[in-house]
Design a protein around this ligand. Structure first.
Ligand code: EPU
Length: 336
């Protein structure tokens, strides 16, 4: 059933907790709701607001926001080796991870505690601790607003990359994701090679699913601020992908700097958090906005920040990193 709100305060619907308003917001459960919503015509301006964890409202939104609320996890196939699930767009991602860990199903445990809903996971191909949503997503089902059709796209056609997918490009503003299909495995396959994960897992007694989940949760809780306490949208910037020569030149100048391989092997990935930190900005604050004191990639709202303030602060950081290292860092957060 559709639920409709007008002139709604978005403070509790965006993890930055900026106090902007939307003219209209609709919560939907299924495709029938979406059909009903668009029956009278497609509004000029609309946008899917999922959990609001990766978005910055720079001003009031004078259009229609559409939020998925359906939370079913449906078993599609269960055999000796794998399990396939249909997960509604409104399922909290971390509830899905807990559901899987409880049932001894491998594949998404490293993505524990990522805030947001399952329908948003393919959009930016959420990732953490060496794993990405694309490793488990088999297909994405969506409603095509203009064509009034339902389409299921196999993962191979989703153009997944580092924090990238077709949903940020060719399908942007055209579709509304209604569910994803996820494949999990009964065979243990721990991935412990990122940062402190192995050490934290071993400290808990070894590589069980539960221990990996708890280790990842502990690392995240230590480094990333709780949005309920301090408004933020996780990593505000993406880790920059640069030509290999640029990365190697940086590494020779700063041997302690982390350098990661990229999907494309003529490139490599730098750590934006390290760059911001080594520009001296960790913990820096101007007015209501600041750089988090334990993770320089995260900008925080100390209370009362407007979207415009956050954007000005982010530009200042981009500029300082450019001046110091000659590297451009792009925002990961969607700015509306
Ligand atoms: N670093 C610093 N100072 C900082 C932050 C990081 O020197 O203030 C260094 C760390 O010591 C480490 C490297 O930079 O050597 C990377 O840091 P970290 O492992 O914390 O990860 P990240 O690259 O900063 C990415 C994701 C996170 C994800 C972690 C773990 C992006 C944009 N961010 O951060 O994702 O949790 O890896 O996999 O890719 C998010 O997308 O919202 C998010 C939190």
């Amino acid at each position: 059933m559709l639920k409709e709100f007008h002139q709604i305060n978005l403070r509790d619907r965006n993890s930055f907790h900026v106090e902007q308003h939307a003219s209209r917001l609709v919560e939907f459960e299924d495709v029938e709701d979406l059909r009903q919503l668009f029956r009278g015509g497609i509004p000029e301006k609309w946008y899917v607001l999922s959990g609001g964890n990766n978005i910055l409202f720079s001003k009031d939104y004078d259009g229609l926001l559409i939020t998925p609320v359906s939370r079913q996890i449906t078993l599609l196939e269960d055999n000796d080796t794998t399990v396939r699930l249909r997960v509604d767009a409104g399922v909290e991602w971390d509830d899905l991870v807990e559901w899987a860990v409880e049932r001894d199903l491998w594949g998404i445990e490293n993505l524990s505690l990522i805030p947001g809903k399952a329908g948003a996971a393919p959009v930016q191909n959420i990732g953490a601790y060496g794993r990405e949503a694309k490793d488990a997503i088999r297909s994405v089902t969506m409603y095509n607003v203009e064509a009034d059709t339902v389409l299921t796209l196999d993962a191979d056609h989703c153009e997944f990359g580092y924090r990238e997918s077709i949903f940020k490009h060719a399908l942007k503003g055209k579709v509304i994701i209604t569910s994803i299909e996820v494949e999990l495995s009964r065979t243990p396959a721990p991935h412990l090679d990122y940062g402190d994960v192995r050490q934290e897992v071993e400290a808990r007694g070894g590589a069980t699913l539960r221990n990996i989940r708890e280790a990842v949760c502990a690392i995240r809780r230590h480094k990333l601020p709780d949005t309920a306490v301090l408004g933020n949208a996780g990593s505000f910037f993406k880790n920059p992908i640069v030509d290999k020569e640029v990365g190697e030149r940086m590494k020779s100048l700063h041997p302690e700097m982390p350098l990661y391989p990229a999907h494309d092997d003529t490139k490599c990935k730098l750590a934006a958090g390290w760059l911001i930190d080594h520009t001296g900005l960790k913990g820096y604050r101007e007015g209501h906005v600041g750089v988090h004191e334990r993770q320089a990639l995260v900008l925080v709202n100390h209370g009362g920040a407007t979207g415009t303030e956050v954007i000005a602060f982010a530009h200042m950081i981009q500029q300082k990193v450019m001046e110091k290292f000659g590297i451009a860092i792009d925002t990961e957060v969607n700015i509306l």
